[in-house]
Write a protein that binds this ligand. Structure first.
Ligand SMILES: Nc1ncnc2c1ncn2[C@@H]1O[C@H](COP(=O)(O)OP(=O)(O)O)[C@@H](O)[C@H]1O
Ligand SMILES: [Mg+2]
Length: 204
């Protein structure tokens, strides 16, 4: 049976918009939360389920010393190379999706009725067609995003800007989202936004 995504609130937005920060707030308020980025990291970590397949696709030079995938190198290899990007996504997306559906199914069976899923690619990967309960888009100004990602990752400004410019623009996503969460303020302001806009959505 297809997984009932209508139980799940989707959290999306570009790099550094604050999706994970929103997810943390939801978790503190009793939501069962999954992050596609986090699941991807696990798939690419030493012993991860995707490591062998990624190695056969891109060669053993993408392995790091610990036997996981060097995600920064992988990012460089697929950046602006549509064929490679597609090949990578064809390995990762089905795995992330099936792991998410398994974990959400278990959570539902355990009586959890507040479920949230963070993914930067809900619209790009057409997950919005799966019938989420609501899709919330997190937005904040370009400068703030760059500053926050610089502080988080140490990546240079130019590299972050290129990544942002390579994603679907927020203006397009705003039209598709059910809820827009503004994250230009501090974490307390964000919590207020989330409480106002997301905790009011009644459970399915
Ligand atoms: N309102 C905020 N005030 C201060 N720092 C924030 C705020 N929102 C997010 N951050 C920080 O900015 C960085 C990017 O946020 P994050 O939630 O990881 O973004 P995303 O998951 O969308 O890439 C993180 O280090 C996070 O802790
Ligand atoms: Mg995140």
């Amino acid at each position: 049976m297809a997984f009932p995504w209508n139980h799940v609130i989707g959290i999306t937005g570009g790099i550094g918009s604050g999706k994970s920060a929103v997810l943390e707030i939801l978790a503190r308020h009793g939501f069962f939360c999954l992050s596609a980025d986090r699941l991807t990291h696990e798939l690419l970590a030493p012993g991860g389920l995707a490591v062998d397949q990624i190695c056969s696709l891109f060669g053993s030079e993408v392995l790091n010393q610990e036997g996981g995938i060097d995600r920064r190198l992988l990012g460089t290899l697929v950046f602006r190379n549509q064929d490679r990007k597609k090949a990578l996504e064809e390995v990762l997306h089905p795995l992330v999706l099936s792991q998410s559906e398994t974990a959400f199914t278990t959570a539902l069976a355990n009586g959890e009725d507040l479920l949230a899923y963070e993914s930067p690619l809900i619209f790009e990967a057409r997950l919005d067609q799966r019938g989420f309960r609501q899709i919330a888009l997190v937005i904040c100004s370009l400068e703030t995003r760059i500053d926050r990602v610089m502080a988080r990752s140490g990546l240079p400004r130019e590299a972050i800007l290129l990544r942002i410019q390579n994603q679907m623009p927020d203006e397009e996503k705003v039209k598709k989202a059910d809820i827009v969460i503004n994250n230009d303020g501090n974490l307390e302001d964000l919590e207020h936004e989330v409480l106002q806009k997301l905790l009011r959505v009644p459970p399915e």
